[in-house]
Design a protein around this ligand. Structure first.
Ligand SMILES: Cc1cc2nc3c(=O)[nH]c(=O)nc-3n(C[C@H](O)[C@H](O)[C@H](O)COP(=O)(O)OP(=O)(O)OC[C@H]3O[C@@H](n4cnc5c(N)ncnc54)[C@H](O)[C@@H]3O)c2cc1C
Length: 416
């Protein structure tokens, strides 16, 4: 019996486990997932919790329930991987061995990495984040009674998971305070280490225009050095300061500490892998899926899904003794809530930046790329249903794994 061991039963680990368990013969293979508890969180919902659109109970389901019967689930905290003897040690002393290891431990917000950010006096008081379940619940409580002032939305450093989520938070905050009738009392500033609102130029321009239309000031090129919680300001290395009454920061996103303890990660605890196959550069029987690796693609659930599909095809070739011929192209597909019941949509890969146009069926659409529409907003809301009912069980989606240029305004690339 050969063993596949999957570290982490979140988005990527669950999809990989369910697809592997279906594709491999149970007489010859076992598939086991390790995670700390039974709470599988729907992280895209963390964006909506602070504004009261979702309730806490709506973002959590049983991890066990979403893993198929053929998959074993071990509850425990991973201490470290010992690649030399193909084993994984848990903090409770259990040791599990593997033939193939899949790292799917994701990334988490690390406010402890920026001086002053998680200062006890202000953490979850005037300094908040919404990238963890606890953080988004605490922010919901804060926003319920906050009467206005300087709201600063801030990104510490890239890469972060769902790189559009801070923009969405800014747009939704604008709409939230308008609905409450206190928009005039709230001064919203968007502070980013990037030189514009987003990493890719055409999308950056579209998002920059939307921020401007909503009266949100952008402070680019801000490399944070510290949070001065007492004086309520963030301070950059070049001594620029931005004052706040309420700071909503995206702390540094880092891979799991167990990856560092295993000697498998880079300085952000991300596993260096081949960007096409996600096979570890150091160990041929280790793959890192989802957010846990260092490839230059967006860290998002939709991307994790495309990556798992490519991984599965390659893995079946690998265990059959063939070369891995399938290549992940960096395909990312994300809805961006813009408030007032509208959203934008972007679809891109390693080589093609987000472009305007139609998606997914060429000139038919019906979704509009880089365009604010009600249909895109319904797409964003429908993603929760798609996540639990299609993605997690490993059902096929009507979107191709590799990015298609069909419907995209490719003339804009040529014009640049
Ligand atoms: C605010 C927000 C909004 C988002 N919006 C979207 C969106 O609209 N669309 C989209 O596609 N994506 C979105 N994402 C991103 C998406 O949720 C992640 O990219 C996705 O969950 C990554 O999957 P993963 O399996 O790599 O990691 P995760 O889903 O985070 O799973 C990692 C798992 O590993 C476990 N683990 C870690 N360390 C250990 C250890 N030492 N021992 C045991 N278990 C461990 C964790 O408990 C966890 O269950 C959003 C994320 C956030 C935070």
């Amino acid at each position: 019996m050969k063993k596949v061991l999957i570290l982490g039963g979140g988005t990527a680990g669950t999809m990989a486990a369910n697809k592997l368990s279906k594709a491999l013969s149970p007489a010859d293979w076992s598939v086991t997932v390790i995670d700390v508890d039974d709470n599988h969180r729907y992280q895209p919902g963390f964006l909506f919790l602070p504004f009261g659109t979702y309730k806490p109970a709506q973002v959590t389901k049983s991890r066990r329930k979403y893993l198929s019967k053929g998959v074993s689930l071990v509850y425990g905290e991973i201490d470290k991987v010992e690649p030399a003897d193909n084993s994984v040690l848990l903090t409770d002393g259990q040791r599990l061995t593997y033939d193939y290891l899949i790292v799917a431990t994701g990334v988490t917000p690390r406010p402890d990495q920026t001086p002053g950010m998680d200062d006890e006096a202000e953490w979850h008081k005037s300094v908040h984040e919404f990238y963890s379940y606890e953080g988004s619940v605490a922010l919901a409580e804060k926003l319920r009674t906050w009467t206005g002032g300087k709201l600063v939305i801030h990104i510490t450093e890239m890469p972060i998971k769902c790189p559009v989520a801070p923009l969405e938070f800014a747009f939704l905050a604008d709409a939230f305070f308008k609905d409450k009738g206190i928009r005039d009392a709230v001064d919203i500033t968007y502070v980013t280490p990037l030189d514009a609102a987003f990493t890719k130029p055409i999308a950056a321009q579209a998002f920059g225009t939307t921020l401007e239309e909503k009266g949100i000031t952008v402070v680019p090129d801000f490399m944070i050095e510290s949070v001065d919680a007492e004086a309520k300001k963030i301070v950059a290395y070049d001594e620029t300061e931005v004052p706040f009454d309420l700071l909503v920061t995206i702390p540094l996103n880092m891979g799991a500490d167990c990856i560092a303890r295993s000697g498998l990660g880079n300085d952000l605890n991300l596993v260096p892998v081949d960007k096409f196959t996600q096979q570890s550069k150091a160990h041929a029987n280790i793959f890192a899926l989802g957010d846990s690796n260092d490839i230059p693609a967006s860290k998002a659930g939709s991307v994790a899904h495309f990556k798992v599909d490519i991984f599965l095809e390659n893995f079946l070739q690998l265990i059959a003794g063939s070369d891995m011929t399938h290549k992940f192209d960096g395909h990312a597909n994300c809805f961006i809530e813009t408030g007032g019941g509208k959203a934008m949509l972007i679809d891109f890969n390693y080589d093609t930046e987000p472009l305007p146009g139609k998606f997914p069926y060429g000139s038919l659409g019906p979704m509009g790329l880089l365009k604010e529409t009600h249909l895109n907003h319904f797409g964003k809301l429908a993603f929760r249903w798609v996540y639990w009912n299609m993605l997690m069980p490993g059902r096929p989606l009507p979107i191709s794994t590799l990015m298609s240029l069909s419907g995209k305004r490719t003339d804009l690339i040529a014009a640049k």
